[in-house]
Design a protein around this ligand. Structure first.
Ligand code: F6P
Length: 545
């Protein structure tokens, strides 16, 4: 296999086969699939790394699955997977390895990448992070005036924010409740202002997290935070109140943070794949190094499964292939992520970056334009709240939305039988989406004829149901790795580079060029008429504040 070469999936025999199968599946109802296959539930359920994934409510048959596995073969998905794990430069457009899986390798056998043993490097950084996290947690690391650190504020954006912010909430149950953790990302000045307004700088530690250390929002927020600390405690306080997480030591130093207080990572960790690198420092301070290691072990368990399990029982492979099937053959554009776990409230937002920044591409590795659909739109909210908001459209709207239900069997904080209620709701929603309710069934309930069409539930709306025992660090790691690898599988089938993000660069460059225009009302404008007009309107309103 040549990793730079992309295969047009539509030209494979498997794609043709899937196109031939699709019309039938577009017509067939999940009711029929369940009637035709007694025991379909368990037959389509796979287990690994403590997760149980039930694909039975996806609109697939064994014939479709066999063709999808052939598609994976034709597109060399597993060879690409192996190339990723070995550290080959599968991020073709940036000529980089893609090795987030190395972040969770246990100390042990070397993995040499471009002449460097990355396992040793990863574990060195983890050791340093562990030492630092322990000192902050036990009060050995104090602020400049000798006060204990009680507040940690992570400043970052995108992958340098969404992962840590999501993980802090997800693992809050295990966190040091005597400490406050906040996450500042937006260049909207209210974000930093609100984060610090009730805090004492003498007790506050900032983690400036940026892979490149060149991101405008992060550096501006960090500058504001620095000002706040310096105003209260003096210039010398900076070294006790700021640490950095980055791949760029020069820029960290230029910003004024001592590189002795910097935790590094590597260009082979993509921003959206970095929450288990040093970018997870806030997570480690919150839950402690041992729990952080348990999370890494969860990631690693799913990595091992993805790497070694037979294709027929490989959960990320199946999840990725089903996503391709939904997108390209059933015409489903969007995927809702519905965690029935309030602590996973930021998980959909985290997945938005993971999935859409990875697979929102329309050219293949060789630059050829695709003529098939790639990455779906991911979004979501925890259940049961979403049920009282957007589920109406999921059940009866004209847009078919594929859904991922995520449920844990054990309550972290049991109250009455609330966990059972939560579970009952998740199970009910998945069943109603799949099987619906026919007009005959509605009539049989004595519903007046005029209301019958309104009460019919079409069903046949596909979902995957992920169940685990308990939301703990291991389960969180396994769940994230599952999505990471599913995204990989989809990108490999589509022949795109899931690890670059060129599409976000132009907007950043243009924002930089608009800023001086906004700040000088006398500058002549030569942009499009809409942007020119908005600039002038903004200036007029801004001047009155
Ligand atoms: O704008 C997109 C992006 O490059 C993401 O991929 C990344 O996670 C984010 O910006 C933040 O980048 P950095 O960690 O370098 O500040």
């Amino acid at each position: 296999m040549n990793i730079r070469e992309s295969i047009d999936p539509t030209r494979t025999a498997a794609w043709q086969r899937l196109e031939a199968l699709a019309p039938d599946l577009r017509e067939r109802h999940l009711r029929e699939l369940f009637a035709d296959e007694p025991g379909r539930g368990p037959a389509w359920t796979l287990e690994a790394a403590g997760l149980r994934a039930d694909f039975s409510k996806q609109r697939v048959t064994h014939e479709v699955m066999a063709a999808l596995l052939s598609l994976a073969d034709d597109c060399e998905v597993l060879a690409r997977r192996d190339a990723m794990f070995e550290g080959q430069h599968i991020n073709v457009t940036e000529d980089r390895s893609v090795l987030h899986t190395a972040l969770r390798l246990p100390p042990g056998p070397a993995l040499d990448v471009d002449g460097v043993n990355v396992v040793a490097e990863v574990n060195d950084v983890l050791e340093r992070m562990g030492g630092f996290a322990r000192r902050v947690r036990n009060g050995d690391w104090t602020g400049a005036s000798g006060r204990r650190i009680r507040n940690v504020i992570n400043i970052g954006i995108g992958g340098s924010d969404l992962g840590p912010a999501m993980a802090y909430i997800a693992l809050k149950f295990y966190s040091d409740r005597a400490m406050t953790f906040r996450f500042v990302s937006n260049v909207d000045p209210t974000d930093i202002s609100e984060a610090i307004r009730d805090l004492d700088p003498a007790e506050t530690l900032f983690i400036v997290a940026s892979k490149t250390f060149g991101t405008q929002e992060t550096l501006t927020n960090a500058k504001a935070a620095r000002q706040w600390v310096v105003d209260a405690l003096g210039e010398d306080a900076v070294e006790k109140h700021f640490v950095a997480v980055s791949t760029n030591a020069e820029r960290v130093s230029a910003f004024g943070i001592d590189t002795a207080n910097m935790f590094g990572f590597w260009d082979w960790v993509g921003g959206r794949y970095s929450m288990d690198s040093a970018i997870g420092l806030s997570t480690m301070i919150a839950v402690g190094p041992d729990r952080f290691r348990e999370m890494l072990n969860g990631f690693h368990a799913m990595d091992e499964h993805f790497r070694h399990a037979d294709p027929s029982s490989n959960i990320p492979l199946r999840m990725g292939l089903v996503a391709v099937w939904n997108r390209d053959f059933l015409g489903i554009h969007t995927n809702a992520v519905l965690p029935y776990a309030q602590f996973l409230s930021r998980f959909p937002a985290y997945l938005q970056q993971l999935t859409m920044e990875s697979n929102g591409k329309s050219v293949r590795l060789d630059g050829a334009r695709v003529d098939y659909d790639t990455g779906a739109i991911y979004w979501g909210e925890p259940g049961t709240n979403g049920q009282h908001s957007f589920y109406q459209l999921l059940h009866q709207g004209t847009e078919i939305v594929a859904c991922d239900f995520i449920l844990f069997a054990q309550a972290l904080e049991p109250v009455f039988d609330m966990q059972d209620m939560l579970a009952a709701n998740a199970l009910a929603q998945a069943a109603v989406l799949a099987f619906g309710r026919t007009a005959e069934e509605v009539r049989a309930e004595g519903v007046p004829e005029a209301l019958v069409p309104h009460k019919v539930m079409p069903g046949n709306r596909p979902s995957t149901f992920i169940l685990a025992a308990r939301l703990d660090p291991h389960a969180l790691g396994a769940l994230i790795a599952l999505y990471e690898h599913s995204v990989f599988v989809q990108g490999a089938v589509w022949g795109i580079d899931s690890f670059d993000q060129w599409g976000v660069e132009l907007g950043k460059a243009m924002a930089n060029s608009i800023l001086p225009d906004l700040q000088d009302a006398d500058r002549p404008l030569d942009r499009d008429s809409s942007t020119n007009d908005l600039i002038r309107a903004y200036q007029a309103m801004h001047a009155t504040t």
